[in-house]
Design a protein. Structure first.
Length: 109
C-alpha cells in the first residue's frame, strides 16, 4: 500500500473512534440526570418521609466531611423537626454505598 492510502485509513479509524466516543457521551445517562433523581428519606424518630433530590442528599453528606464529622452509616441525616440524626434513605444499600464513597473520598485527602 502506498503511504497516502495508509494515512487515509488511519484518519478514518480515528474519526470513527472519535465519533463513537462523542455519541456515547451525549446518549448515556448524564450526571445531571442522576443528581436530580429523587431519594426518599425516612426519619426513624417520627416516621415522616420526604423526597430529596440526590444532589441535595450528596451535599448533606459532603458537608459532614468538610465539618470533620465522623462519617458513620448508623448516623443519619438530621430531622428538621427534632434535630436528631435519624434520616436514612429507604434504600439502605444506597445509603451504605454513599457512606463508603464518602469514606473513600476522606481517605484520599
Amino acid at each position: 500500500m502506498d503511504r497516502k492510502r495508509i494515512m487515509w485509513i488511519v484518519f478514518g479509524v480515528l474519526t470513527v473512534i472519535a465519533l463513537g466516543l462523542m455519541l456515547r457521551a451525549f446518549t448515556s445517562g448524564s450526571d445531571i440526570e442522576e443528581l436530580t433523581s429523587d431519594v426518599v428519606i425516612r426519619y426513624e424518630d417520627t416516621g415522616d418521609e420526604v423526597k430529596m433530590n440526590r444532589g441535595q442528599f450528596e451535599r448533606a453528606l459532603l458537608a459532614r466531611l468538610h465539618q470533620k464529622e465522623l462519617i458513620d452509616a448508623a448516623v443519619g441525616l438530621e430531622n428538621p423537626k427534632t434535630g436528631k440524626a435519624t434520616g436514612f434513605p429507604v434504600d439502605r444499600a444506597f445509603w451504605n454505598k454513599m457512606i463508603e464513597d464518602v469514606k473513600t473520598m476522606k481517605a484520599q485527602k
